[in-house]
Design a protein around this ligand. Sequence first.
Ligand code: GRF
Length: 201
Amino acid sequence: MTNKIKLAILISGNGSNMKSLINDMENPNHPAQPALVISNKIDAQGIKFAKKKNIKTVIVNPNTFEDQSSCEKEIINLIFSSGSSVICLAGFMQILSPEFVNTFKNCILNIHPSILPLFKGLNTHSKALKSGMTVHGATVHLVTDKVDDGEILGQGVVPILKNDNHDSLADRVLKLEHRLYPLVLRRFLNGNTERTLISDL
Ligand code: GRF
């Protein structure tokens, strides 16, 4: 397929969600292609995978910039030069300014490991375990200038089992994320406005 939508993926770590998106985009009928992977961490493991797939990769280390604004300007320039019109945050541990978000309004997606609006921020698995809930999950949402906010595009749920600990629960949620994010991205790019719901209950 020609004229595919170009996609930029921003990561900070393992990039396992990035991998699931890239693998899905290898399908010829996928509406998008990965044009750029940016990491804000020099040692992000996900970069190796993207390189192997011959995708352009760039490390943008915030410590080498005067301030957040100049760092974000660099990221914006890289995204524009890559021709990307959609951005997927995949474990990108950097809060984006309102200016950044407005530059790509309604075109930035994020995956968060909880059933939003529950458990925003960090340590979501510990929070879920502590809460006494019997279900947990993940959310893909549009990014706004508020953290872990924005329109929910899709959610997945998993059970919290009686003998779960942080790692067993985190592992179950991450596996769910790898199914959820590609599914939501495809539907979003195809203009399908229905919320995607998946369940491992
Ligand atoms: C995932 O749990 C994602 O929901 C959160 O950060 C984690 C990133 O994992 N935003 P990975 O780098 O995709 O493996």
